[in-house]
Write a protein that binds this ligand. Structure first.
Ligand code: CA
Length: 234
């Protein structure tokens, strides 16, 4: 047995029941909804770990239900479609479903896809991983949860933008970014400012984290291009 609850939203009772029976045999808890509104309601009430969602539904269609769910959750959603062309159309809409099965499908195929989605989802939302969310390179430590930076165990005061810039570079080690790319990344396309802002911030960060700011070891200048972070994270 496992504790995963799967919400199946399908108005065709026979298909819904068939899927439910099959998933229960596989050890899943299954909740069945017969229309889109009920599906959304049960999503809130039962907090399932995955949703199997039909497209054509009374009250609210599967596309709308998926959109609503995506505004508040990244739980895996597998859509059921009536034909391949429908699947293509829905992928084009970018509603954020994770996978698609076209009717008629074999229950075995659906189960395999459900298991694949659950594996992927659990891998990326592993709480044990999130707990130790800090990056370390030699003496430098970046605490992603507390937005703190430590050098040799001592806290260094950084502004929010300095933190974002350092974090961005450190999570892309070895990758070279132009000042323009960094500006867009941290300040956004909408912001006004000149690219010297980036130069100024890089200098400020170096003064705080580098043992010798004029001869940096972490944030390197790549002449004529931009900057890159060096060092392997642990
Ligand atoms: Ca239907």
């Amino acid at each position: 047995m496992n504790e995963d609850t799967i919400l199946v939203v399908e108005d065709e009772k026979e298909i819904g029941e068939l899927v439910k029976d099959y998933l229960e045999k596989e050890g899943f808890q299954v909740v069945l909804a017969l229309d889109g509104k009920e599906g959304l309601h049960l999503f809130h009430e039962k907090k399932p770990t995955l949703i199997v969602l039909d497209i054509m539904l009374p009250e609210m269609d599967g596309i709308e239900v998926c959109r609503m769910i995506r505004t508040e959750s990244n739980i895996p959603v597998i859509m059921m479609t009536a034909k391949k062309s429908e699947t293509d159309k829905i992928i084009g809409l970018g509603i954020g479903a994770d996978d698609y099965v076209t009717k008629p499908f074999s229950p075995g195929e659906l189960v395999a896809r459900i298991k694949a989605q659950l594996r992927r989802y659990k891998h990326f939302s592993n709480p044990a991983e999130n707990q130790s969310h800090s990056l370390k390179v030699d003496q430098l430590e970046i605490d992603l949860k507390g937005y703190n930076v430590y050098v040799a165990g001592k806290k260094v005061n950084v502004s929010a933008k300095e933190f974002q810039l350092l974090h961005f570079l450190a999570t892309h080690p070895g990758q070279v970014f132009s000042r323009e790319q960094l500006f867009n990344q941290i300040w956004g396309f909408e912001s006004y400012g000149d690219l010297n802002t980036v130069t100024v911030y890089i200098r400020k960060i170096r003064e705080k984290i580098e043992p010798d700011p004029s001869n940096p070891t972490f944030i390197k200048t790549v002449w004529g291009i931009g900057y890159k972070f060096e060092g392997s994270l642990s």
